[in-house]
Design a protein around this ligand. Structure first.
Ligand SMILES: [Cu+2]
Length: 505
């Protein structure tokens, strides 16, 4: 069925659904809905219960029941502004107020009575297509729900497996690109093997008008989405959602199972955990262990995989999409922190991950909150106070610091001290302080060939920074006013001017 036709049908069926959220009477009343009684009774079903739904990375507990039951699932669609990265907000469309949507866990044979609410503050109608459903549209047609309404439909979970659910309201790609996806696990009758920990990790990519890291509330960019040029590729809805304090945790000796999904809408994920080997992979979320001893498993858009591994060595393991630019430049990076005693037989030691990981090595710096506080304070001060100029510089410094810890720190080191013979120091650098314009040029175009810093010659390559003019201005202001350096503010106008001159050549 084409999307247009599907939509026409869903709208038609919508008008027949009695509205549970509002007191409005249904508009069309030619044929009454069949009603739940029309289903007939399923002899397999005993009793009923309410599904436990969890926010990623948590997973509802394994199902201990030995029989099928009727499970009520209550999910509410909400359109909410949330953090995409430090300083970057986005209007997400969500199942349950979260990206990915809440995790649903039922048992093979269960009768799922699904209630989909669409919060009255929503601007859009939404619905749900669960890949676990056997039936047209996976529930989409029966769940089309206008803002302030609620729909109900039921399905029997015939096939066990780990399934993606997503919104299927036109334009479908856009609803999914705004975060409308999650996972539903239909556990096989006999259950899954017991493990010590289970986690929910779901990849998805976002298409914003601004580039990666560009601040403010970022609108959706349809053109980028059609061209599949993602600005962000992330796990669990935001850059850093599984990093630092929010990392997944486990202990040496434990077995971990990851339920991995990919909402897309477009990209395939080459899911990999740096330093681990998946002992078992349930490829594509099916219920058979399809492969053992796997390094990287493919998770298609609108698909899933289950991976299991034991933990022998303590340390920090990095979850990535091994399409690596996505991991290190677009956000598809998470952490699993494993505590326990070293196991020198399996791995000798000397763990260095700070330089490799750049920004991610730093546990939640709280920089976003600090900036928001400063910006609020500045607004308050704006009623004609001379303090404003000083605050302005503080804000630029804080922004610059954030860029430094994301991009420059990996080479120039935490205190700007550099690495002897390899990366020149920024702390106390005569080269940096002597010529502002030259410093700007070096960040725009990169720097190579011999450079003399404090009488030491360096001859390496610094790649072009790919930063916006504003970002260059703040990071240069930061490095020229930190670690004993003291200079003036580098303004966006100055950078713009240099940029225009250099591109005019
Ligand atoms: Cu939707």
């Amino acid at each position: 069925m084409t999307i247009t036709r599907l939509l026409a049908v869903t709208i038609a069926s919508l008008s027949l659904v009695p509205s549970a959220f509002t007191a409005e009477p249904p508009t069309v009343s030619t044929a009454p809905l069949p009603g739940p009684e029309a289903k007939g009774t399923d002899p397999e079903i005993i009793g009923e219960e309410k599904a436990v739904l969890t926010v990623a990375p948590n997973v509802p507990p394994p199902i201990k029941r030995k029989h099928a039951t009727k499970v009520h699932v209550d999910l509410e669609v909400r359109e909410v502004v949330k953090r995409m990265a430090d300083g970057v907000d986005y209007l997400f469309w969500t199942f349950g107020g979260e990206v990915p949507g809440l995790f649903i866990r039922v048992r093979e044979g269960d009768l799922v009575e699904f209630h989909l609410g669409n919060h009255p503050s929503s601007k859009m109608p939404h619905n749900i297509d669960l890949h676990a459903v056997t039936g047209p549209g996976g529930g989409a047609a029966s769940s089309f729900t206008a803002p302030g309404h609620k729909s109900q439909f039921s399905f029997k979970a015939i096939n066990p497996g780990l399934y993606v659910y997503h919104c299927a309201t036109a334009p479908v790609g856009m609803h999914v690109a705004n975060g409308m996806y999650g996972l539903i696990l239909v556990e096989p009758k006999e259950g899954l093997p017991v493990v010590d920990r289970e986690y929910y990790v779901m990849q998805g990519e976002f298409y914003t008008k601004g580039k990666f890291g560009e601040e403010g509330l970022q609108p959706f960019d349809m053109e980028k989405a059609i061209d599949e040029k993602a600005s962000y590729v992330v796990f669990n809805g935001a850059v850093g959602s599984l990093v630092g304090d929010k990392a997944l945790r486990a202990k040496v000796g434990e077995r971990v199972r990851l339920f991995v999904g990919n909402g897309g809408p477009n990209l395939l994920s080459s899911f990999h955990v740096i330093g681990e080997i998946f002992d078992k992979v349930y490829q594509e979320g099916g219920m058979k262990v399809s492969q053992e001893h796997v390094q990287t498993t493919l998770v298609p858009a609108g698909g899933s995989a289950i991976v299991e591994f034991g933990l022998q060595v303590p340390g920090t393991y990095i979850l990535v999409d091994h399409s690596l630019m996505r991991a290190f430049n677009k956000g598809a990076l998470g952490m699993l922190k494993v505590e326990g005693d070293p196991n020198l037989i399996v791995y000798s030691g000397k763990e260095v991950d700070a330089t490799y990981l750049g920004e991610y090595a730093l546990p939640g710096s709280g920089s976003g909150a600090k900036l928001a506080g400063m910006e609020a304070e500045m607004k308050k001060a704006i009623a004609g106070d001379p303090k404003i100029a000083a605050m302005g510089k503080d804000i630029v410094m804080e922004k610059g610091k954030r860029i430094y810890t994301q991009l420059c720190f990996a080479c120039h080191q935490a205190e700007g001290q550099g690495l002897p013979g390899v990366f020149p120091p920024l702390a106390g650098s005569d080269w940096l302080m002597a010529d502002k314009k030259r410093a700007i040029v070096s960040l725009i175009g990169g720097l190579s060939g011999p450079v003399i810093v404090n009488k030491q010659t360096y001859n390496g390559v610094m790649p072009p920074s790919m930063l916006t003019d504003e970002q260059i201005a703040s990071v240069l202001t930061f490095v020229r006013n930190s670690w004993g350096n003291s200079g003036d503010v580098v303004t966006v106008e100055e950078v713009k001017k240099v940029h225009a001159e250099s591109s005019g050549q």
